[in-house]
Design a protein around this ligand. Structure first.
Ligand code: BV8
Ligand code: ZN
Length: 232
């Protein structure tokens, strides 16, 4: 059975009501989102960055997965351990939809950890009323468990091992500008995988895409994945 590896970005969650980075026109309280979503921005103004992530955590708890997420759940049910999702998204919608084989390479809004004792907590278990939430164990400062610009994404070794073994690499809802995520499709192509992209606009790395489906993932994926499953 062929091995499928899926990379998703903010576009797959757009139809759930979560704004993508591009349509955010990059601003948050008049700050450049890239500055707020960066380790330097956090060091400069931790309260501002906490406000940004508390708001996105709250929003992520109010939205639901869309048909694009559910189509990937069906594909995982059919493929089992020949299927993995690598997501750049931190909204946990793949997990909420029912996917289990999910690598959150940029972390998750659901999680935070202590900068002093490194204990990890669920945001739901923390007192978020403070401008800078404190660790229940050592009263050190907590930070969102998010991979910011300038930090190394999670599980890169596991991702590289999956890339080497995949037969089909599908990229969904990502503009392909942020590395190393944007480079994964090039590596997959180089290693011999067939590459498919589903995106509203032409992504930056289109020259590495064998099959491009332009449009909304919530509309395209249910049909595309049904076709794939009929030919498994
Ligand atoms: C690293 C968590 C070293 C935060 C995120 C100069 C040149 C090249 C690279 C760099 C450079 N200077 C610095 C770098 C490195 C930097 C980088 O790539 N910068 C870019 C901006 C140039 N990268 C890093 O710092 C990374 N770390 O490099 O470490 C290293 C690496 C490997 C090994 C060792 C050392 C860390 C990057 C992680 C940053 N954190 N997220 C948070 O979420 O709050 S990135 C964040 O932005 C997202 O996670 C995502 O990755 C990115 C946004 O991209 P998308 O998901 O693609 O979203 P976007 O809005 O851009 O696009 C949406 C797409 O969907 C669009 O194309 C749209 O058309 C489409 N769409 C919209 N609606 C729909 C749709 N498609 C289908 N259906 C729809 N309905
Ligand atoms: Zn602590």
């Amino acid at each position: 059975m062929k091995k499928y590896l899926i990379l998703t970005g903010a576009g797959i969650s757009a139809e759930s009501g979560i704004r993508t980075f591009r349509d955010n026109d990059g601003l948050w309280e008049d700050h450049d989102v890239n500055e707020v979503a960066s380790i330097d921005g956090y060091r400069r103004n931790p309260e501002l960055v906490w406000r940004f992530y508390k708001a996105r955590y709250a929003q992520s708890m109010e939205v639901s997965p869309n048909p694009g997420h559910y189509a990937l759940v069906e594909l995982e049910k059919a493929l089992g351990d020949n299927f993995h999702i690598i997501t750049q998204n931190v909204d946990a919608l793949h997990i909420r939809a029912g996917n289990q084989r999910v690598i959150e390479m940029h972390g998750s809004l659901q999680d935070c950890f202590c900068e002093s004792c490194d204990t990890h907590y669920k945001m739901a278990d923390i007192d978020l009323s403070l401008a800078r939430p404190l660790c229940p164990k050592c009263t050190g400062f907590l930070r969102p468990d998010i991979v910011w610009f300038g930090e190394i994404p999670y599980k890169m070794e596991q991702i590289e091992a999956l890339l080497r073994k995949c037969d089909l690499f599908m990229v969904i809802g990502t503009s392909g500008v942020v590395y190393p995520a944007a480079g994964l499709v090039m590596t997959a192509k180089y290693l011999g995988a067939k590459t498919i992209a589903v995106n509203l606009e032409k992504p930056d790395n289109l020259s590495f895409i064998d099959e491009f489906h332009q449009g909304k993932s919530g509309e395209i994926l249910p049909k595309l994945i049904k076709e794939i499953m009929e030919n498994l």
